[in-house]
Ligand binder design. Structure first.
Ligand SMILES: Nc1ncnc2c1ncn2[C@@H]1O[C@H](COP(=O)(O)OP(=O)(O)OP(=O)(O)O)[C@@H](O)[C@H]1O
Ligand SMILES: Cc1cn([C@H]2C[C@H](O)[C@@H](COP(=O)(O)O)O2)c(=O)[nH]c1=O
Length: 207
């Protein structure tokens, strides 16, 4: 079983993933967590390039998209597929949906082209459920710290396109992408995520 969490920056993914993994472990599951980009030596190097490059190392949109994809390809081969093969539950902090929202919907690359590269990068490994945490960009920004990485410095218009892009993708795949209102207190958001996950796990067990 493979779950991923996504949403605009500052929405509360890290907080919810921690709570969710503790819940899964308490249910007796072996849990493997990872972050995209990251969780492999190559992925962490690319993460650093993507998030911390300055003006002296400009990254164009296509290159940006491909670097995220390369990190994900390595993540699938080294972490996600082996964990799924071993029977673990995998929980990823972001996955392919982020590429579609950030680099296509908000960044302006053709959505279908990004999806095609995504098919190569993921080699068909896809989450059974994506928890899309949804919050207004203004509220998410209030939750963000003062230090901003390269992606977090994108402007308000970009962030609004991003949110709308995520929601559009959710409308296209409502069985997989679950929109979770991230504005209530942490416990309430967690309870909603557990409710969705329980349904997904029960459905998988019944097959
Ligand atoms: N439901 C919530 N209500 C109020 N504050 C929250 C809630 N969820 C998380 N926070 C707070 O918002 C801040 C950002 O949360 P968190 O780091 O989990 O977000 P994130 O989406 O992982 O951010 P990023 O993608 O930038 O790493 C933290 O200070 C966290 O305590
Ligand atoms: C996977 C992926 C991520 N991004 C962006 C989203 C965030 O701004 C950063 C990752 O940081 P986080 O703290 O792990 O959320 O990268 C992206 O633009 N495209 C992607 O495919």
């Amino acid at each position: 079983m493979f779950f991923s969490f996504d949403g605009i920056d500052g929405v509360g993914k890290t907080t919810q993933i921690e709570r969710f993994c503790a819940w899964l472990a308490a249910q007796g599951h072996t849990v493997v967590t990872c972050r995209d980009p990251g969780s492999t030596p190559l992925g962490e190097t690319l993460r650093d390039v993507l998030l911390h490059s300055g003006d002296d190392r400009p990254i164009g949109r296509r290159a940006e998209m491909l670097l995220y994809m390369a990190a994900r390809a390595q993540l699938v081969d080294d972490v996600i597929r082996p964990a799924l093969d071993a029977g673990s539950v995998v929980v990823s902090d972001r996955y392919l949906l982020a590429n579609l929202a950030y680099q296509a919907h908000a960044g302006g690359l053709p959505r279908e082209a990004v999806a095609s590269v995504g098919a190569v990068a993921t080699d068909g490994v896809a989450p059974a459920a994506v928890m899309l945490l949804d919050l207004s960009p203004a509220a998410a920004e209030r939750r963000m710290g003062d230090e901003r990485d390269r992606m977090e410095r994108s402007g308000a218009e970009y962030r609004e396109r991003l949110r709308q892009g995520f929601l559009e993708e959710a409308r296209k795949a409502p069985d997989v992408i679950h929109v979770v209102d991230a504005s209530p207190p942490v416990d309430e958001v967690h309870a909603r995520i557990v409710e969705i996950a329980q349904r997904v796990l029960d459905h998988a067990a019944a097959r």
